[in-house]
Write a new protein. Structure first.
Ligand code: GRF
Length: 207
């Protein structure tokens, strides 16, 4: 059974998609060991509580230095013997030490088709604003492993979503979540939990 830690910062709809997929059997061989939020007001914490999942807030604001915060985050994951860290709308920049400790064991959902609209500064609504500004007709979402770059790790799954002429950043964000993120994030976890994802030469092979 793969032990997951889900790291969140906000609403937690991706967390909810994972909880639902475990409940309805779309994800097998995995359980959520812990939800961690850097934001004590994140609704994701409430979602965890409602499902009886242990959750805690680890916020940089509560520590004297960034190092202490990062240490606490890593220690918590190690103590709970987490196998896979899932960044589900997590706005914390993942410390290099954590990437080393969890090599190819951290995944992230990004709301575009990487390598478009990704990298430093591309998060939240900004991604969709830029997609609309550029006038792309297709966007989507990507699940990838986390390495030391920003959105540069091996791609696991992607799903395309059509841009509609009347889209606003908010309507596009919602459609990308509904049609892509909530599907491919649980799917990627299920593939990993069942030993079907391998990383070779910086790319994934899915069996
Ligand atoms: C999603 O669009 C995700 O791709 C992005 O932040 C949003 C998180 O939404 N990184 P939620 O907290 O899962 O509802």
């Amino acid at each position: 059974m793969l032990k997951l830690a889900v790291l969140v910062s906000g609403g937690g709809t991706n967390l909810q998609a994972i909880i639902d997929a475990i409940e309805n059997g779309a994800i097998t061989n995995a359980k959520i060991e812990l939800v961690i939020s850097n934001n004590k007001n994140a609704f994701a914490l409430e979602r965890a509580a409602r499902s009886g999942i242990p959750a805690r807030c680890i916020s940089p604001r509560d520590y004297n230095s960034r190092e202490q915060f990062e240490e606490e985050l890593l220690e918590t994951l190690l103590e709970r013997q987490v196998d896979l860290v899932v960044l589900a709308g997590c706005l914390v920049v993942i410390p290099e030490k954590m990437v080393d400790a969890f090599k190819n064991r951290i995944i992230n959902i990004h709301p575009s088709l990487i390598p478009s609209f990704c990298g430093t500064g591309y998060y939240g609504l900004k991604v969709h604003e830029e997609a609309l500004r550029r006038g792309v007709k297709i966007t989507g979402a990507t699940v990838h492993f986390v390495d030391k770059g920003t959105d540069t790790g091996p791609i696991i799954l992607q799903k395309a979503v059509e841009v509609q002429p009347e889209d606003t950043p908010a309507s596009l964000q919602l459609r990308v979540m509904q049609e892509a993120e909530w599907k491919i994030l649980p799917r990627a976890i299920d593939l990993i939990a069942n030993g079907r994802v391998e990383v070779r030469d910086g790319r994934t092979v899915i069996r």
